[in-house]
Design a protein around this ligand. Structure first.
Ligand SMILES: Cc1ncc(COP(=O)(O)O)c(C=O)c1O
Ligand SMILES: N[C@@H](CCSC[C@H](N)C(=O)O)C(=O)O
Length: 441
């Protein structure tokens, strides 16, 4: 029997089959939305709304925990043959994500770094990449590897300055890689202006945005002109720190095919079990993010009002407040603040109880960390100094606990560490430790 030549023919062929009990066998759980790539409801609805045509009406996607799939002929040709190449649970997740990321195609892989690896395999020796000078440490590490081993030229510039990006765009620019807000300095990057300028200067340059800090709940970089949006699904999308995952969204079919080729060729597609867990996590993204960012706002205001220098795009004092809100639907739940003293920051972090000392963010639990020692330690001290990363910076990743408990725990840690001066009216950050002189109760 000839193998069906298109996916539609393959689906029809498989649909016509019945199992031993006479049940019609659908080709796979159908797309999670009848209209992948186009949203019909508010995002909070789309996140939970799925329409899988499972043969038994399962309301959550079954885990197709199978490496291989039986074929109906010696020519193969069924929709799935091997999980590295494709798996029904992963496909369901990818179609659901394509819908919520406003993309025509989404690909799910084993981690956020795995996603960037797939994306950067679009590069070839001699290609140039323009990226920021405040980047997640792992991203910096992979780019440094490509520079040292694969002949890729990497320009680190201040991507908060559109002109600085324009200055280095040439016909050799193959990729412009952006993060916003940046991790951990919470700087905002004008994605739309950079995408426009990049495409005008070089129509072949791919603008890639790491959307991990905001998630599709708060921002859709493809709508701002990016060619590829990716994020670590380990963070907000899954929300519980129980899996590693990465997702890539794209509208150009040819680029999507090239990246799928890499995923199949290297075997980094997300496992069926983790695809199930990520799908489950995505359904609660809206309520988690709403709660987390409401609490983050309270905590940012609390710290600022007590004299700390706080970086959070929900604060009016953020120098790029208006730019952030022109691109995003919320401020997210990651903020950082400075104490002016590394040892003091260490004492604060170690005094916290409710806030777990941990890398990562986007989890239901609140986390506290010192990026220069932890998430960004792979950037050497000299480079950190050149990029003006304050060694004392403390990053807070706000979870879903009661916000008053979080503030109480932080207050106790600040007092215990000696970061604040107690007065009859309350307390304020010590001036010697980087605090301002305008305390509030
Ligand atoms: C902004 C950002 N992008 C990408 C990654 C990589 O994600 P993963 O840890 O899932 O590989 C991380 C964190 O690890 C991150 O913070
Ligand atoms: N040891 C890890 C550190 C992961 S950092 C995770 C996350 N992106 C964050 O910003 O906290 C590594 O070397 O990658």
């Amino acid at each position: 029997m000839a193998s069906p030549s298109t996916p539609a023919q393959a689906a029809k062929k498989a649909l016509s089959r019945v199992d031993l009990d006479g049940h019609a066998l659908p080709p796979s759980p159908a797309p999670s939305s009848p209209h992948p790539g186009s949203r019909r409801y508010a995002l909070a609805t789309e996140l939970v709304y799925t329409d899988s045509k499972d043969q038994y009406g399962a309301s959550s996607i079954p885990i197709y925990q199978s490496a291989t799939f039986k074929q109906t002929s010696s020519n193969g040709g069924n929709e799935y043959d091997y999980t590295r190449s494709g798996n029904p649970t992963r496909t369901h997740l990818e179609r659901h994500l394509a819908k919520i990321m406003n993309a025509t195609r989404c690909l799910a892989v084993g981690s956020g770094m795995g996603a960037l690896d797939v994306i950067t395999r679009l590069l070839k020796p001699g290609d140039e990449v323009i990226t920021g000078d405040d980047l997640y440490g792992g991203t910096n590490r992979l780019l440094t590897y490509l520079k040292n081993n694969q002949g890729v030229v990497v320009h680190h510039v201040d991507t908060t300055n559109v002109d600085a990006v324009k200055e280095v765009i040439t016909e050799k620019t193959a990729m412009v890689l952006l993060e916003t807000p940046t991790n951990p300095l919470i700087k905002i990057v004008d994605v739309a202006s950079i995408a426009r300028a990049s495409h005008e200067a070089n129509s072949k340059a791919l603008v890639v945005v790491d959307n991990t800090m905001l998630s599709p709940m708060l921002c859709n970089p493809l709508d701002l002109g990016a060619d590829i949006s990716y994020e670590s699904g380990t963070k907000y999308l899954s929300g519980h720190h129980d899996i590693m995952a990465g997702v890539i969204a794209v509208n150009d079919a040819e680029i999507g095919d090239k990246m799928y080729f890499t995923i199949n060729a290297t075997g980094c597609g997300l496992s069926p079990n983790d695809s199930f867990l990520l799908m489950r996590g995505v359904k609660t993204l809206a309520i988690r993010m709403e709660k987390q960012q409401t609490s983050a706002q309270r905590i940012a205001e609390f710290l600022e009002s007590h004299g700390f220098k706080v970086r959070y795009p929900g604060l009016r004092s953020h120098p790029q407040y208006d730019l952030h809100w022109s691109m995003a639907r919320g401020a997210g739940a990651v903020l950082s603040f400075e104490t002016g003293d590394v040892a003091l920051s260490e004492r604060i972090v170690e005094a916290a109880r409710l806030w777990g000392i941990s890398v990562s963010f986007g989890c239901v639990n609140s986390l506290i960390s010192m990026p220069c020692r932890m998430s960004h330690a792979s950037i050497d001290a000299k480079t950190r100094a050149e990029r003006q990363m304050p060694e004392d910076i403390i990053r807070l990743c706000v979870g879903i606990e009661d916000v008053d408990d979080l503030i109480d725990d932080l207050t106790r840690a600040l007092v215990q560490a000696g970061a604040v001066t107690l007065t009859i009216d309350g307390f304020h950050a010590n001036e010697a430790n980087g605090g301002s002189s305008t305390p509030s109760a």
